[in-house]
Design a protein around this ligand. Structure first.
Ligand code: SAH
Length: 254
């Protein structure tokens, strides 16, 4: 993609969990070629301003408007990067872009649209902890902005009872502090009190903090919206300062 390209394009890119070393080269190249950056305010702040680059930062919860705006600009010949933290396909802007595409004019389908992956918070956190997701796992968003809380409870219980390790995004916000307390009660019942739970806050940033405890000792205050929570399965164990889940479980026919 050169600066001379006349046709517009839109790229949905993941900026990784925070450390600039974890931004892929492919994403850097797209950012260098862009005329416009679209995204949630803290993510757009990560982009260095330069001449000829327009920064369009917007508040949270306006994902569809933001995606529509990006598609409109690409249709008008601009080179647009929609930024997400982590990976754009994980509870982020890639799906919002396709929802906007589905709702928009048919000729948008001919636009040059690409999704560029990034390192999602779950995998960055797991790597700092050791290998807690070394066997089967489920990734669950604990926010009830876009689904009812009852569905979250059903999925938590089902994943725990089925022996999945779990990774929770958006675990606990100030507006719904009681829900995470309830999630911990469900996990205690479904997984057992000795199961290990890790709280990884600000992963790969200078302020990173990681704590691992048994589920029976976990308290809701250990998580906030900057935390990734990872619950092991019944085989997850500590080895020195690491936590890992063995690659096998139950009876394996060899
Ligand atoms: N698309 C992002 C996730 C967006 S949801 C990704 O792939 O990572 C936002 C949630 O991600 C936060 O509430 C938090 O649970 C988690 N998160 C994002 N960055 C994080 C980081 N550096 N450390 C810990 N958790 C993080």
């Amino acid at each position: 993609m050169t600066a001379q390209t006349e046709t517009g394009w839109v790229v949905v890119a993941g900026l990784g969990p925070g450390d600039e070393a974890l931004v892929t080269q492919e994403v850097r190249d797209a950012l260098d070629a862009a005329t416009d950056i679209v995204g949630y305010i803290p993510y757009v702040k990560r982009i260095a301003p330069r001449e000829g680059l327009m920064l369009h930062a917007s508040d949270n919860r306006v994902e569809l408007d933001r995606a529509t705006h990006a598609l409109e600009m690409a249709a008008a010949g601009r080179r647009v990067v929609v930024v997400s933290s982590g990976d754009p396909g994980v509870f982020a802007m890639a799906s919002a872009l396709f929802e906007a595409l589905e709702a928009g004019p048919k000729d948008w389908l001919d636009l040059d649209i690409r999704v560029l992956p990034g390192i999602t918070a779950m995998l960055a956190a797991a790597a700092q902890i050791g290998a807690p997701l070394g066997h089967d796992f489920a990734a669950i968003n604990l926010s009830d902005n876009l689904k009812p809380w009852s569905l979250i409870e059903t999925r938590l219980r089902a994943a725990g009872e089925a022996g999945f390790a779990m990774a929770f995004y958006n675990p606990r916000s100030k507006s719904r502090p009681h829900q995470f307390a309830h999630a911990l009660e469900i996990l205690l019942e479904a997984c057992g009190g000795e199961t290990l739970i890790s709280f990884a806050r600000d992963v790969t940033k200078p302020t990173q903090e990681i704590t691992t405890v048994a589920l029976k000792d976990a308290t809701p205050e250990m998580a906030d919206m900057r935390t990734m929570v990872i619950v092991g399965n019944r085989d997850t164990r500590r080895i020195g300062r690491f936590v890992y889940t063995p690659r096998s479980a139950g009876e394996v026919s060899s």
